[in-house]
Design a protein around this ligand. Sequence first.
Ligand code: DC
Length: 246
Amino acid sequence: MSGNIITIDGPSGAGKSTIARLAALRLGLRYLDTGAMYRAVTLHCMRRGIHLDQPKEIAGALAGLELRVELVHEGPMRVFIGTDEVTGNIRTQEVTRNIHYVADVTEVRNYLVDMQRKIGANGDLVTEGRDQGTLVFPGASLKVYMFATPAVRARRRFNELKERGQDASYEEVLEDVSKRDYLDMGRELGGLKKALDAVELDTSELSPDQVAESIVKLAKSRLKMQTRKIDKSALEAMKRESKKQD
Ligand code: DC
């Protein structure tokens, strides 16, 4: 591994995506969204009509999968299955609900961990997920574990859904958040947990800018990294479009 790798792990709704992208932008690093990779494999299986309760079928579907990601400077990561761009298609509720079947399959995890390590081989990366600091990049230069209370995460998600005109009650969203925590933390391989040497950041009371700034400061003091000046309008555009369901 050459160059710096910063890992950001944590539960869904902790604000990892926006914060990881902001930090990557300021530090001039590439940004890898590993959740998007699990989403893409899930979409591939759904399109193939795979029985999602059959791990062997899911593992078999990897043989015909041509998954490609494009790490874009100052943009969201782009995801392709073959020549088909699926960057937007992987964000539906249906995909989100089905991910756990796919993320539990050892062959899928090995396949994606291998891809992630190849991408990380050149360093200069901020990578976001559940197992990046523990399993994928145990030798990372800086590890962050980001969290917020389930109530705060559910409130953020509820507000996002409302903004998009989607119908859901706060109680439903809270239940959904708790269920995903349970599934993510209980996963045998690649389950969500804090690496022993990770810095913990509670994002409950902080804005994405404040959290990203803490990471940038850590990178500057610990890794002696430099920051770049970022155009304000580019920054605002990035924040608007990175408000994904995480
Ligand atoms: O970050 P996200 O919400 O887009 O991730 C979607 C799901 O993918 C998440 O609920 C668990 C799974 N995931 C995983 O198992 N390991 C990762 N490194 C990233 C995501």
